[in-house]
Design a binder for this molecule. Structure first.
Ligand code: FEO
Ligand code: CA
Ligand code: CA
Ligand code: CA
Length: 608
């Protein structure tokens, strides 16, 4: 397939220093600006944000909370205009409502505000001058601008589980139309101009698991639902606004979340879809590549300690054409296909993997892997489970076939330059602890605090195949510490990095990594490194985010002039509130999640 000629190239910026400032810091020679923040208008008619007079109706037209995935999709025929598509993963009610005391004390209106602050935003943006700056288009005619929420947006289920008994409810006896999307974390942009968004920790929105059958309980428990008691601390108590979140009353409602959502931002009236053929788990996100055969392959992680890596191969082939009929066809690609889970083995003797992160004698954490087929269309390959069950209770299918337990697979993305796939294993405090699985070559540190990057090379470059090789190009942490590895590069020249979460590429194929939960004590940030050649592993910190925040996105525009990041949960520190904020970013009053664009002042490529 065609790879654009690299506009980006050598990384040349001077790294920013790790810090604990309540500030967004960038390298010398760069500029940044807030593109859009929580409460800013999205849909026409959105009222001006007022933290003291917030309503669910207002929030349903305003930019939501806790921005995570960021995609920038050029508007065909307009090089100066694009659609910014953003996930809103979750809410921090303590940082959103003055006088917050507990979830139980929230008014129903406040619960509905939180539901409206979840979901996605689609915002038309325009270039500012000739630099890499972008800002929202203002005006009354904004046909693409849209809020998608957990409160009332309708979604269509596609694939083998659509219409099945597992997803039918009192409110939806058809089992095909779901209200809302939950905990949308990372995602990806497809070659046909849509966005994929992962429904991640959807369990936290439900209560009442004690009232369901023993069989249902076992499945709910595998997905982290608390079923011991009816109400429990940590629950968001959304049943107070909509009783579908009470599992005793609506046991199947839980099965309607945990999917990959596809949003077509160019179809503002259309129902977004949840693709059941891609399986149900705590989806971090999904990123696709078109295989040599033309089939579309999506790579996905299930973000839980000891959970799995997956890939989906479409039945149909991508049509590489801008014509409307081709796009219509491509929009159906993720509705049918085959789902695989990864099983990996190391090539070094087990005795050389001691759990400290010490490299084995061959000098590499590496080995082989196999994609185990779970389900293809309506045909299950897991004994004792129907295809519908494999897709709805995919974690149990992975357990049944002996998939490899990984250290929290977050974002997984293929490099369009090399076809290799990069997955962030963010951390796993429980690795090797008690009776839990011990370190193995693919997850080589017990009580893994800092995480690592897992690189997959498909056999003969065939993304539809069932075997691969793998290695760990980066084992994160303090480079001064012996348990880290940076592609063999001189560790004295490398920035410390901890808890990789999201990955992205510039057009030259440099790997960009954002972090969540820096266990080295500094703020989170964004990093860049060459991933091939002599400079492989020469990782440098590109930016840092304010206190309490995690760095999401990132997204580098096709012209390499801009990098967008989402600053998620700034000021998320225990005890902080609207009146006593731990962060006053970005406006100097109280913390607001926001999307920021960074560009080089001289118009050069990001990272140069
Ligand atoms: Fe929402 Fe796995 O991070
Ligand atoms: Ca090895
Ligand atoms: Ca994430
Ligand atoms: Ca994370």
């Amino acid at each position: 397939h065609h790879h654009p000629q690299p506009k980006a190239g050598k990384i040349g910026f001077k790294p920013v220093a790790p810090n604990t400032l309540d500030a967004f810091t960038i390298p010398e020679g760069y500029r940044s600006s807030v593109v859009i923040r929580w409460g800013d208008p999205v849909e026409p008619g959105a009222p001006k944000f007022d933290v003291d007079k917030q309503t669910a109706a207002a929030q349903s037209k305003q930019f939501g909370y806790n921005n995570d995935f960021v995609g920038v999709l050029p508007i065909p025929g307009r090089s100066d205009r694009a659609l910014l598509v953003v996930n809103h993963e979750y809410t921090n009610e303590d940082l959103m409502f003055r006088g917050f005391t507990s979830q139980d004390a929230l008014t129903v209106e406040q619960v509905e505000i939180a539901m409206a602050a979840h979901g996605l935003s689609v915002v038309e943006i325009e270039k500012v001058g000739r630099t890499g700056q972008w800002k929202p288009v203002k005006g009354r005619r904004l046909p693409f601008n849209r809020r998608i929420t957990a409160l009332d947006t309708e979604f269509k289920l596609t694939g083998p589980v659509a219409g099945s008994a597992l997803v039918k409810t009192k409110a939806d006896p058809s089992g095909r139309i779901v209200i809302g999307t939950l905990n949308n974390c990372a995602g990806g942009v497809t070659p046909w101009g849509t966005v994929l968004s992962g429904e991640e920790n959807f369990n936290q929105y439900f209560i009442g698991g004690d009232g369901v059958s023993a069989d249902a309980k076992a499945k709910l428990n595998r997905y982290g639902f608390v079923t011991a008691t009816r109400y429990f601390s940590g629950s968001r108590k959304w049943d107070r606004a909509q009783d579908r979140f009470d599992l005793t009353l609506n046991p199947n409602e839980a099965n309607r979340f945990g999917w990959i959502v596809e949003v077509d931002p160019f179809d503002p009236e259309g129902r977004p879809r949840k693709h059941t053929a891609m399986g149900r788990f705590k989806h971090e996100g999904a990123n696709v590549i078109v295989a040599k055969s033309g089939h579309v392959v999506a790579y996905m992680g299930d973000d839980e300690r000891f959970d799995y890596l997956y890939k989906f191969v479409s039945d149909k082939k991508y049509i590489d054409s801008k014509s409307p009929w081709a796009r219509k066809h491509n929009l159906t690609l993720l509705e049918s296909g085959t789902l695989y889970v990864a099983k990996v083995t190391g090539d070094s003797p087990a005795a050389e993997i001691d759990g400290t992160g010490k490299l084995p004698a061959d000098g590499k954490f590496d080995g082989k892997g196999e994609w185990i087929k779970l389900v293809s269309g309506n045909r299950s390959f897991v004994p004792g489970m129907t295809a519908e069950e494999v897709l709805t209770f995919t974690r149990l299918a992975g357990d049944a076939v002996g998939a490899t337990k990984m250290d929290r697979p977050e974002d997984v993305q293929p490099s369009l330059r090399t076809g290799k796939i990069y997955a962030a294993m963010t951390n796993n405090s429980n690795r090797g602890v008690g009776t839990n699985a011990k370190a193995d070559e693919a997850n080589p540190r017990n009580a893994n605090k800092h995480g690592h990057i897992f690189e997959i090379t498909e056999t003969r470059g065939d993304h539809t195949g069932t075997t691969f090789t793998w290695e760990l190009p980066i084992v994160c942490g303090d480079p001064a510490s012996a348990d880290t590895y940076f592609g063999g590069y001189d560790k004295a020249a490398v920035s410390p990095i901890s808890c990789p979460d999201n990955v992205a590429f510039d057009s030259a194929g440099n790997l960009w990594i954002s972090t969540d939960g820096n266990a080295l004590g500094s703020n989170d940030g964004l990093f860049a490194t060459p991933i091939e050649g002599k400079e492989k592993g020469h990782l440098r910190q590109f930016l840092t985010v304010p206190k309490g925040a995690e760095t999401c996105g990132p997204f580098i525009t096709g012209d390499d002039k801009s990098v967008f990041v989402a600053v998620q949960h700034p000021g998320e520190i225990t005890g902080a509130s609207v009146d006593k904020p731990a962060s006053t970013w970005p406006d100097g009053d109280f913390a607001k999640p926001a999307v920021v664009v960074t560009w080089k002042a001289d118009g050069g490529a990001i990272g140069s």
